[in-house]
Design a protein around this ligand. Structure first.
Ligand SMILES: [Zn+2]
Length: 441
C-alpha cells in the first residue's frame, strides 16, 4: 500500500548492518523498535534498541536495553540497588516472527547490593538460566504436551536435548511448586516398565486424577517410600486406598496408614480382571480339547469373552450370541464373570448377600480356574466390601494407565527409567509446569 506512505528502511538497515527489506509505512506509524517493544510487552524497564531482519536466513534479531530511568533491585533481598556493570551479551530464542526465527539479545545489568554484593538482575522475558524466552519455553511445553519429544523438536525447531531439557525443567518447577498434601483417596497400581517383568508402582490421587508418585518395583518398600514422606497425622487423613489384591501393597498400607483395615479397598477392575483371567484359562483348556476332536467353535473368540458384554463390537454380536448359547464350559465361566459385575451396583447389605450366592454358584461350577478365583475373592472379602463405604476404584488410575501407556509408546519404551518417570510426571502429574518471572519490585 503506497497511498500516503513514504519509503523508509528499517533502523537496522540504516546502520548498514544487515540485509533488510525496505518497508512502507506512514510517518506516523511505529518504528520496528517500537513495534517490538510493544509486542514483547517488556514493561517499563526495558526497550528495544535495534531490530535486524535477515531475510535469506529467515531470522530476526532483537536487541533489548534498559529504559531511561529504570531502577533495579537486588534479586536476593528486593532492596533498591545501583547498577554496578552489565554482564556479557546473552541470547534467547523467542517465538518466531512470521516464520523467521527470532532471537532476543541483551546485556543484563548487575547491581551492587549493600548486603549481598554484586548480583545479576533477572531478565523480564526469561527465567534464569534458560536459553528460551518465557513465551518460547511455554510454547515448547504446550507442544510437548501434545506430541512426543521428537515431534516437538520438529514443530518448534529445537534439538532433542533442548526439548527434553524443557521437560525436565518443567517437571522440576512443578514439583517445587506442588503443595505438600496427601490425597484423601488414593489409588495404587503397578505398571510394567520396559519388558522383562520390571515394574513401577504408580500412586494416584483418585479425585484429581493425577499421578502423585512413581517408584521402582512393586514391593512393600516401594509403596512405603511414598507413605514415608508424610507424618502419621497426615497419613491419618487418608480415607481410602484402592489397590489390587497384592500382599506387599496391603502390608505397606497396614504398616503406615492408621486404620488401614477399613481403608483398603480391593479394586473392582483388578477383581474383574482376575475373574476374566480364570474365564480365559477355561477357554484355553476347552479349546484344546475341542480342537483335538476337530471342533473349532472357540477359535478366535478370546476377546469376546473378556470384554464386558456391552462392549462386544457390533459386527461380532451375532457370532458371540451363537457361541455363548452353546453348552460350553467357557460360556458358563463367562456368565459367572458377567454376573459378578452386578455386585458393585448394589448397596452394602444386598451386596454381601449377592456375593454369598455368587460364591456358591462359582465354587460349584466344577471349573477349576473359576473356583480358584472365587476363593481368592472370598479370602479378601472384607476389603472388597469396603467399597460400599468409600466408592473408590482404580478407574482413575486405569484412565491414567492408558495415558502412561501412550507416554511409553511415544518414547519407544523409555529404556531410561528416570526419563520414563519424568515423562509420567510431565503428562500425568497435574503439575504447574510453566515458567513465570516475578514482576520487578
Ligand atoms: Zn540484597
Amino acid at each position: 500500500m503506497r497511498r500516503g506512505g513514504v519509503l523508509c528502511q528499517s533502523r537496522a538497515e540504516e546502520t548498514g548492518a544487515i540485509l533488510g527489506y525496505p518497508v512502507w509505512r506512514k510517518e506516523s506509524e511505529m518504528r520496528d523498535t517500537e513495534l517490538y517493544t510493544a509486542l514483547l510487552r517488556l514493561g517499563a524497564f526495558w526497550v528495544v534498541r535495534e531490530v535486524r531482519l535477515e531475510v535469506a536466513a529467515e531470522r530476526v534479531d532483537v536487541w533489548i536495553e534498559e529504559a531511561a530511568g529504570a531502577r533495579w533491585c537486588c534479586p536476593e533481598c528486593g532492596e533498591a540497588a545501583p547498577v554496578y556493570d552489565h554482564a556479557e551479551e546473552r541470547e534467547w530464542r523467542h517465538l518466531d516472527t512470521c516464520e523467521c526465527r527470532t532471537y532476543l539479545h541483551a546485556r543484563l545489568p548487575r547491581v551492587e547490593c549493600r548486603e549481598h554484593g554484586v548480583r545479576q538482575v533477572q531478565a523480564g522475558w526469561a527465567s534464569p538460566g534458560s536459553q528460551f524466552s518465557l513465551k518460547m519455553e511455554s510454547r515448547l511445553i504446550d507442544t510437548l504436551r501434545e506430541c512426543d519429544v521428537t515431534g516437538a523438536t520438529r514443530l518448534t525447531g529445537t534439538s532433542w536435548d533442548e526439548a527434553w531439557g524443557a521437560v525436565e525443567k518443567a517437571v522440576a518447577r512443578g514439583w517445587a511448586r506442588k503443595e505438600r498434601r496427601i490425597p484423601p483417596y488414593l489409588c495404587v497400581d503397578e505398571k510394567s516398565f520396559a519388558k522383562r517383568h520390571r515394574y513401577e508402582t504408580v500412586i494416584c490421587d483418585a479425585q484429581r486424577g493425577t499421578v502423585e508418585y512413581v517408584v521402582e518395583e512393586r514391593s512393600q518398600e516401594s509403596l512405603e517410600a511414598y507413605y514415608h514422606q508424610f507424618t502419621t497425622e497426615e497419613l491419618a487423613q487418608v480415607r481410602a486406598v484402592a489397590m489390587d489384591m497384592w500382599d506387599p501393597y496391603v502390608a505397606a498400607t497396614r504398616a503406615c496408614v492408621p486404620g488401614a483395615e477399613k481403608k483398603i479397598v480391593f479394586d473392582k477392575f483388578h477383581i474383574l480382571r482376575a475373574v476374566s483371567e480364570a474365564v480365559d484359562k477355561v477357554r484355553r483348556q476347552e479349546h484344546k480339547v475341542l480342537k483335538a476332536e476337530g471342533d473349532e467353535r472357540l477359535k478366535g473368540t478370546k476377546h469376546l469373552w473378556l470384554a464386558n458384554e456391552e462392549n462386544v463390537p457390533e459386527w461380532r454380536r451375532a457370532e458371540f450370541e451363537a457361541v455363548k448359547g452353546e453348552n460350553l464350559k467357557t460360556s458358563r465361566a463367562w456368565a459367572i464373570k458377567e454376573s459378578l459385575r452386578t455386585f458393585w451396583t448394589l448397596d452394602q447389605g444386598a451386596a454381601a448377600d449377592y456375593f454369598r450366592r455368587w460364591y456358591f454358584w462359582a465354587t460349584h461350577s466344577r471349573l477349576a480356574p473359576v473356583v480358584k478365583a472365587a476363593k481368592t475373592l472370598h479370602t479378601h472379602l472384607a476389603n472388597i466390601l469396603t467399597y460400599f463405604q468409600h466408592h473408590v476404584t482404580n478407574a482413575t488410575a486405569e484412565g491414567l494407565n492408558s495415558k502412561i501407556q501412550m507416554v511409553k509408546e511415544m518414547a519407544c519404551g523409555f529404556r531410561n527409567r528416570q526419563h520414563y518417570k519424568t515423562a509420567i510426571y510431565f503428562h500425568c502429574g497435574g503439575l504447574d509446569l510453566y515458567p513465570r518471572v516475578k514482576a520487578p519490585a
